[in-house]
Write a protein that binds this ligand. Structure first.
Ligand SMILES: *Cc1c(COP(=O)(O)O)cnc(C)c1O
Length: 455
């Protein structure tokens, strides 16, 4: 018999110790820790091991080889941390081990997911009755929302795509921005619409789709817009795009993986006005809402369009009046993702989420200001939580990025932006304090200064 209590107390202790160590440890794992991962390379065990031994081994070898992005000084990609309430709720819901695809298997999971749907629509100021699918992240949210789009634009032209497929269907014009996130072409490929069979609209110097460059549209059409460019944080003029397309019947999708959260912050909301006029939106829980992985949400104005694209039907799946989570997402069996969202929103409240977004945006502006004062070039208008900085030529910038990563005070990644090599700073964690920003800025300026003197 497994000593459940001891094991769970052990894991709680280990989680706490990991968390306590985050502030002291280098953000990137050491080369020794990475080297030690090889100790996992053993043959499949012939017999059983005690659970506490399994956990101890994972902690001894795995924990040191993690990236410390749960701490406050990780600014790579757009990552965020995990709010304590959301992490704890995630762990409890995992212990329930309910199959949250079906109400009959997971009444709590299904019910809480419905509350999370309602709260999301409220805080993001989207239609209260919009449909929501709780998926693994922004990529699947784009896929899921675009499947609803494919359904709706073809149905209006008398074609049932779920039943009859795409062969022989009226062609769909798909419009994307040249700055679309890589998950958009991927979703289009999965949907049979083609990664390259698209009309590409140019973007401006901040990466916003140029509404004046939209092609005239009639017939089935889907326009993929974006709120929150991964490099600059810029937001497409969705309201203007909507106006230009009025009467065309085109479906407007907004990839708002992190940028949509600006709608939850009165101070930043002006940037994302007009976004509510779209037909569908995707947003990540695991980015700015700071839920654990994996958590993203597809939101669709007409819930029926989402349901038509995603309905699972089988005689053994009893249908009642309750929300059946599996009718809104590609999967059937799955974990209770809505719980993580519910717990994050319950813990933060409207004001907490507004403060989190405002604080991270202010911290991004502080980075930009500190870097500019030291003579470095900030390449974007810092409207949200993203900063792009050049430390000189491409070689120098790349060297500075590598040294910042190795230094361990903080972690930032590199990118190419409109022909320039840049370092990206993305501030998206509940944990980032102003002191974290100052410590990180100091490390960046010290390293960039040393490189400049060496050159
Ligand atoms: C992160 C991101 C995605 C992909 O989201 P995942 O959760 O990583 O699948 C899509 N679009 C944008 C704009 C993003 O920032």
């Amino acid at each position: 018999m497994v000593a459940m209590k001891e094991l769970m107390e052990d894991v709680a202790r280990r989680i706490t110790a990991y968390d306590d160590g985050l502030d002291e440890r280098p953000v990137a794992p050491s080369s020794e820790a990475l080297e030690a991962l090889r100790q996992f390379d053993e043959p499949l065990p012939e017999g059983p091991s005690a659970p506490e031994g399994v956990l101890a081994r994972l902690d001894a070898l795995g924990s040191p080889a993690t990236v410390g992005n749960a701490g406050g000084r990780y600014f790579g990609f757009v990552i965020g941390g995990a709010l304590p309430a959301s992490l704890a709720a995630h762990l409890l819901a995992t212990a329930w081990d309910n199959n949250s695809g079906l109400h009959a298997c997971a009444p709590a999971g299904a019910h809480i997911e419905e509350i999370a749907r309602r709260w999301l629509a409220d805080i993001l100021r989207l239609p209260p009755d919009c449909g929501a699918g709780f998926v693994t992240g922004g990529s699947m949210a784009n896929f899921t929302a675009l499947a609803a789009a494919r359904h709706a634009v073809l149905r209006r032209h008398g074609w049932e795509v779920e039943r009859d497929g795409l062969f022989g269907a009226p062609p769909i014009t798909v419009v994307v921005s040249e700055e679309a996130h890589s998950s958009i072409p991927k979703a289009l490929g999965l949907l049979g619409l083609g990664r390259r069979r698209v009309t590409t609209v140019p973007a401006d110097n901040q990466g916003r789709m140029r509404a004046d460059a939209l092609p005239p549209l009639d017939g089935p059409a889907i326009v993929c817009t974006q709120a929150g460019n991964v490099n600059t944080g810029a937001i497409d003029p969705v309201g203007e795009i909507h106006e230009r397309l009025a009467g065309s019947g085109a479906w407007i999708h907004v990839d708002g993986a992190f940028g949509l959260w600006a709608r939850a912050c009165p101070e930043r909301a002006r940037l994302v006005e007009g976004v509510e006029r779209a037909d569908s939106w995707s947003v990540d829980g695991h980015k700015w809402l700071n839920t654990p992985y994996d958590c993203g949400i597809a939101l669709v104005r007409e819930a029926e369009d989402l349901k038509a694209a995603m309905t699972t039907s089988a005689a053994y799946l009893v249908a009642g009046d309750e929300r059946e989570p599996c009718h809104y997402v590609p999967e059937l069996s799955r974990r209770a993702r809505g719980v993580d969202v519910w717990a994050a929103l319950k813990a933060l409240g409207r004001s907490g989420m507004a403060e989190l977004v405002a604080r991270n945006c202010r911290q991004a502006r502080r980075f930009a200001e500190g870097l500019r004062e030291a003579g470095h070039e900030v390449l974007n208008d810092v409207v949200l939580n993203q900063v792009l900085v050049s430390f000189g030529g491409p070689e120098t910038t790349r060297r500075v990025i590598a040294r910042i990563q190795a230094d361990g005070t903080c972690w930032c990644s590199g990118t190419e932006w409109q022909g320039r090599t840049a370092m990206r700073i993305s501030v998206s964690s509940w944990r980032t304090t102003d002191d974290d920003v100052e410590r990180s800025l100091e490390a960046m300026l010290r390293i960039a200064g040393e490189e400049a003197r060496a050159a």
